[in-house]
Design a protein around this ligand. Structure first.
Ligand SMILES: C[S@@+](CC[C@H](N)C(=O)[O-])C[C@H]1O[C@@H](n2cnc3c(N)ncnc32)[C@H](O)[C@@H]1O
Length: 391
């Protein structure tokens, strides 16, 4: 592909990403994979270059743009090399007209920026939300030591405070390390420490998804005890099983829940958990570095739905905790409605429960929990709280 054809391909892909973001369709990564599956002529360098163009445009624009072309014209205004590819040659975009519509660069839609500000994030904090994320891994101590893995990976750097974590060079091939390392942001590893999981305990990972945190808990528990990993999403939960097998994490028991009837499936483990982890579904405002297109999908109504679901899963967690046990609430959002305020509402509604002070390798106190941000911690953004049940 010529550089100009790559620009046109990025425009076509951005058109598809814009429609998907507006209509709740597939993620940008999925659309890019599908696009190239139908264009075998594109080599790996073409794919990488087009992907970089697409993500550079997505990162640049806070509001969902009107079209892929308006998005790429905005990017071209920041880079004369890209601007020169609008040359009207075969497979190229037509030349840029001085008066044509151009998307406006920004961090996020104005209404969302207001909510971020109201949640205590200043401009520098907001700018950092759309930066580039490092590649962090967690070494699975059931299979390897951090030193062993580091010795096989030139450029691997330890992460202060996280004994099992390494920060790697972007693009490091991790295929030879299956089962020994898991890609997991240092922030995600850090908030999982709030569970304080110990060998022999019963931990319920209520919103386990594909098990990123369940696997970390199994390693922390030295594969002794019991982890119930539940979720309402069959496809995600199914991905956990091969990962657990590769990791040697035999104490994880997947439990598929029926949305709306979760209580039935959870009844048999009521009152048994030393700790219930609720890594709740959220708007993901803390993960824009990895998923910048998420800004184009959010609406106030969507955030309201997340807040309602978070309240629902918190209520599901309460009867599972044994007297004196704990509930750990995590969201990868920095909006107070999903974090600080959610925990305040929980504590008001549940007399006898108390928030415990946390001391984690990353983050700082926020409300009755702890907050990690890209600007302060160079991790994804998270809110975490540890809530102690009455005895
Ligand atoms: C943030 S993700 C979990 C990520 C996962 N813990 C990890 O570390 O990889 C939130 C999960 O909550 C699940 N979920 C949504 N509603 C739920 C419900 N009512 N009960 C249990 N899980 C639910 C979603 O399917 C999703 O997998």
């Amino acid at each position: 592909m010529t550089p100009a054809a790559r620009t046109q391909a990025a425009i076509d892909l951005l058109d598809a990403i814009i429609v998907a973001a507006a209509e709740g369709g597939a993620a940008a990564d999925t659309l890019i994979t599908r696009y190239f599956a139908q264009r075998r002529y594109a080599g790996s360098k073409d794919r990488r270059a087009v992907r970089e163009l697409v993500y550079a445009a997505v990162r640049l624009l806070g509001e969902r743009p009107a079209s892929g072309r308006a998005a790429m014209v905005a990017l071209a205004k920041t880079d004369p090399v890209i601007a020169a590819t609008f040359d009207g040659s075969t497979h190229a975009p037509t030349p840029i007209d001085a008066g044509e519509p151009t998307a406006a660069p920004g961090i996020a839609p104005a209404w969302l920026r207001e909510r971020l500000s109201a949640s205590g994030l200043d401009d520098a904090e907001q700018v950092a939300l759309t930066g580039r994320a490092p590649l962090d891994v967690r070494v699975n101590r059931l299979r390897a030591t951090t030193n062993e893995v580091a010795s096989e990976l030139p450029g691997a750097a330890p992460i202060t405070g996280l004994a099992d974590a390494l920060r790697l060079t972007a693009g490091t091939d991790l295929a030879p390390f299956a089962g020994r390392v898991e890609v997991q942001d240092a922030g995600s590893q850090s908030v999982t420490l709030a569970v304080d999981a110990r060998a022999g305990q019963t931990v319920i990972d209520l919103c386990a998804g594909a098990g990123g945190k369940s696997l970390a808990l199994a390693a922390a528990m030295e594969n002794q005890g019991r982890i119930v990993a539940s979720d309402v999403d069959r496809a995600r939960l199914r991905r956990l099983e091969p990962r657990a097998a590769a990791a040697g994490a035999t104490i994880i028991k997947p439990l598929l829940l029926d949305a709306g009837r979760e209580v039935d499936a959870l009844a048999s483990i009521a009152g048994q958990a030393d700790t219930v982890l609720i890594d709740a579904p959220c708007s993901g405002t803390g993960t824009w570095r990895r998923n910048p297109e998420a800004r184009w999908r959010l609406t106030p109504a969507r955030i309201d739905r997340f807040v309602a679901t978070q309240r629902h899963v918190l209520a599901l967690g309460v009867p599972l905790v044994k007297p004196g046990g704990a509930l750990v609430y995590i969201v990868c959002s920095l909006l107070d409605a999903e974090g600080r305020d959610q925990v305040d509402a929980f504590l008001s509604a549940h007399p006898g429960w108390q928030a415990e002070a946390l001391s984690l390798p990353f983050g700082r106190a926020h409300g009755r929990g702890f907050r990690l941000t890209p600007a302060h911690d160079d991790t994804d953004g998270f809110f975490v709280a540890r809530l102690r049940a009455p005895c």
